[in-house]
Design a protein around this ligand. Structure first.
Ligand code: PAF
Length: 282
């Protein structure tokens, strides 16, 4: 496995591949778990050669979010990627990606989809994501790139960016990997205390109850949302948002819509967890 730590070396490696080779890509911020490795697996199954990236992107962290505390576990991550069969790992430095600093860098912004849900709670977050993903795509030039469904809003935003900017990359959504108790795998789960970790799986289970109620038509979306909000509060979560939206354009959903998902972000203590469930066609 090649470890490539500069943009110029990445571009040179990409150009050295035989003509017509399909390149798969799994972008990450490191601190890898099985969910990330499933992105590598998916990218591998759709390409001749797979690149993963590890870059903790300062541009997608807000001022109140602790960029410095984000876990850096490079040696372990490289080992996992080697075992998963990545051909190369791209580990650029912050200076290489943002030579004049984040403030002075050209930004890529996707309007509309980024105004709601995580975009409303985390100002500037998606601008950071789309800017860095465009740069990573520019360096790796992937034919196919895999993103996790846990961050469904992020996937929708990236798909729109790729469509709008005519980028030559197919974006694939990979299903959320969950722990045995239903908690979505996330680097943030590592921040939970033992008691918080025991509480955390109640979050996805409230989302599942919502889907069951709406799907069986025993409740309208509005009533089921109210029930879900009450259940989360009763369990002791602090709700950032809990909303049912159309997966097409993220506008609010009613029981008359198809292609609907429930999106939630909650705090367990100081840790913010996000999750979503798509409702099978109503
Ligand atoms: O999903 C993530 O880990 C990040 O947002 C991404 C796509 C690697 C961009 O930094």
């Amino acid at each position: 496995m090649e470890i490539i730590s500069s943009i110029s070396a990445m571009q040179a490696w990409r150009s050295s591949l035989p003509q017509g080779f399909r390149v798969g890509f799994a972008p990450t911020m490191g601190n890898l778990h099985a969910g990330h490795l499933s992105l590598v697996e998916k990218a591998k199954s759709l390409s001749d050669v797979t690149v993963a990236s590890i870059f903790v992107n300062p541009m997608q962290f807000g001022e109140s979010e602790d960029l410095d505390a984000y876990p850096r576990t490079l040696a372990r991550d490289l080992e996992s990627l080697r075992e998963a069969g990545a051909a190369a790992v791209f580990t650029p430095s912050v200076v290489d990606i943002y030579p004049e600093g984040v403030e002075h860098h050209t930004a890529v912004e996707v309007p509309g989809l980024t105004d709601v849900l995580c975009g409303a709670s985390r100002a500037g977050h998606f601008k950071g994501v789309t800017t860095v993903v465009s740069k990573l795509f520019g360096a790796v030039r992937p034919d196919v790139a895999a993103f996790g469904a846990k961050d469904l809003q992020q996937v929708l935003v990236i798909k729109k960016m790729v469509r709008d900017l005519l980028m030559n990359t197919e974006v694939i959504t990979v299903p959320t990997m969950r722990e045995a108790d239903g908690l979505a795998m996330s680097s943030r789960n590592g921040y939970l205390t033992k008691t918080e970790r025991q509480l955390a799986p109640r979050f996805p289970s409230v989302l599942t109850d919502f889907v069951t109620a709406v799907k069986s038509r025993s409740s309208t979306i509005e009533d089921a949302l109210e029930t879900a909000r009450k259940a989360l509060i009763k369990h002791g979560f602090h709700i950032d948002y809990l909303e049912a939206r159309k997966t097409f354009d993220l506008t609010p959903a009613t029981s008359l819509d198809t292609e609907v998902a429930i999106f939630g972000a909650v705090f367990v203590g100081k840790t913010r967890l996000i999750d979503n469930h798509v409702i099978p066609t109503l």
